[in-house]
Design a protein around this ligand. Structure first.
Ligand SMILES: [Zn+2]
Length: 123
């Protein structure tokens, strides 16, 4: 572990923390908006229903990302740059920031292949 890596890692952690915070704020605000619409006459029923469905889908996505962030951040504090799965130093911080995982491309591809095989019966 060198100084540059540690510094970059600090930056990434800072940005991801900020994102988690923003997501939390956004999600708590979103739930207020949703409640405000329920049972009030000015909301067109079908329009508001599809809006609600859309909001819920979006929120699910955000919750997913927030959950990943919450998992990742404590791990990232101790992380030395190694793949979580195979232990190779083959994971860039850029990759961690975009994929929110500590696995290298090779392991991730393998994981997805297995997932696809397991989920094959639904396809
Ligand atoms: Zn790996």
């Amino acid at each position: 572990m060198n100084q540059v890596f540690l510094e970059e890692k600090r930056n990434v952690i800072g940005r991801l923390r900020m994102e988690a915070l923003e997501l939390t704020t956004e999600l708590s605000r979103a739930s207020l908006n949703l409640d405000a619409c329920e049972g009030s006459d000015p909301c067109d029923r079908s329009a508001s229903e599809s809006a609600v469905t859309e909001t819920i889908a979006k929120r699910k996505q955000r919750w997913g990302r927030l959950a990943k962030l919450a998992n990742l951040l404590p791990l990232l504090e101790e992380w030395d740059g190694r793949c979580d799965s195979c232990g190779d130093f083959d994971v860039s911080l850029k990759r961690v920031e975009s994929s929110l995982s500590l696995t290298c491309v090779t392991c991730k591809t393998e994981e997805e292949r297995i997932e696809r095989m397991q989920g094959g019966k639904h396809a």
